[in-house]
Write a protein that binds this ligand. Structure first.
Ligand SMILES: Nc1ncnc2c1ncn2[C@@H]1O[C@H](COP(=O)(O)OP(=O)(O)OP(=O)(O)O)[C@@H](O)[C@H]1O
Ligand SMILES: [Mg+2]
Length: 327
């Protein structure tokens, strides 16, 4: 057993989550940015998550480990909005911004469901409702703004790698991407999760459960909508499946129905611009979508994304017009 693992076990004992007997740390899949383990305890299975200082990606990419604490705050706040949409945090551990949460048994991640061809529009609608519920509950709220002052983290993990990195490598798109990055950074509207991707959403019988809120920031809610929609549109190209575009459309519609803090047309236009930029970032950026390896798939995404960055479209129209094969 590694020294770090022994520390985790000692700290779980200290928190009263496990007794004196031996326990095994079972690594869970994922782990680009964290060590994640499942552990059997007397009161049921738990998950322990500990952020890494250096992300496991090809390009060097450092990230402050304080993001573990941001995630705990997001999970607690989201459960305050709706207890079904996030796992219960059981303890924050003393070192390394690690924490323990309840393990949800029998819940696949949404990505695996989609890849297996199980595309459930009703679930996509529930994802839209879940995202917008947290945004609506936290919009223009001074306490939430004060609790998530994570601009530096959001810049390092989202704005720089996804928007500015691409701008540095593309002179034609640079002005639009830099303007977009500045606008995203400046808007302080609601609590943003920051990583709403199908691989971070568990499919439970009660609906979606959102995980992995390390990038949580008080910022522009359009980002979460754009981030999740981007993943569905990329997968529509990869899997050549029109149902994924319909799922994105339903998600956008239910999200829009929950916007009660600002004019929805303005938000959908920002989300359309961000989606265009994020789509391009997933083929050109620092964190390319691992499954988009086919040159044709990349070109289909690249061509549409570049055109949409130069001539923005509101997100609902963007989704409806998205092509999963060459136009
Ligand atoms: N509370 C939980 N209940 C059930 N499964 C969980 C729970 N938390 C995490 N998992 C599983 O562990 C995986 C990794 O968790 P998480 O996404 O939080 O970690 P991560 O290191 O940030 O992952 P990645 O960088 O790959 O997104 C999830 O995709 C999910 O399969
Ligand atoms: Mg994850």
């Amino acid at each position: 057993m590694e020294q770090g693992d022994a520390d985790i076990i000692a700290e779980l004992r200290g928190a009263g989550l496990i007794g004196a007997s031996d326990v095994a740390l079972e690594p869970l899949t994922g782990g680009v940015s964290c060590d994640v383990w499942k552990i059997e305890t007397p009161s049921g299975p738990i998950v322990v998550k500990r952020p890494l200082a250096q992300l496991r990606v090809a390009a060097e990419w450092l990230a402050p480990v304080e993001r573990g604490t941001s995630e705990v705050r997001w999970l607690r706040r989201a459960r305050g909005v709706d207890a079904q949409i996030a796992p219960e945090v059981l303890a924050e551990l003393p070192t390394g911004h690690a924490f323990a949460m309840r393990f949800l048994p029998g819940c696949p991640v949404w990505k695996d469901e989609l890849v297996a061809g199980r595309v459930d529009a009703a679930f996509a609608a529930a994802v839209g409702r879940g995202i917008v519920a947290v945004h609506a509950a936290t919009a223009n709220n001074d306490a939430d703004r004060a609790a998530f002052p994570n601009d530096e983290m959001f810049a390092a993990l989202r704005v720089d790698p996804f928007l500015l990195y691409v701008a540095e490598h593309d002179a034609e798109l640079a002005p639009a991407l830099r303007t977009l990055a500045a606008d995203l950074t400046a808007r302080k509207i609601a609590l943003v999760h920051g990583d709403v991707s199908p691989k971070n959403i568990l499919v439970s019988s009660a609906g979606p459960v959102f995980l992995d809120a390390e990038c949580a920031v008080y910022g522009d809610p359009a980002f979460d909508l754009a981030f999740c929609t981007t993943h569905l549109l990329l997968k529509a190209v990869w899997l050549d499946d029109a149902r994924l575009i319909e799922a994105a459309s339903v998600l956008v519609d239910t999200y829009r129905a929950g916007i009660d803090w600002e004019d929805s047309a303005g938000l959908l236009l920002r989300a359309g611009q961000l989606t265009a930029a994020l789509l391009l970032a997933r083929v050109e950026g620092k964190s390319p979508a691992p499954y988009l390896t086919d040159a044709d798939h990349k070109n289909i995404v690249r061509e549409q994304a570049r055109a949409l960055i130069l001539a923005p479209s509101p997100l609902d129209a963007l989704v409806i017009n998205w092509k999963r094969t060459y136009p």
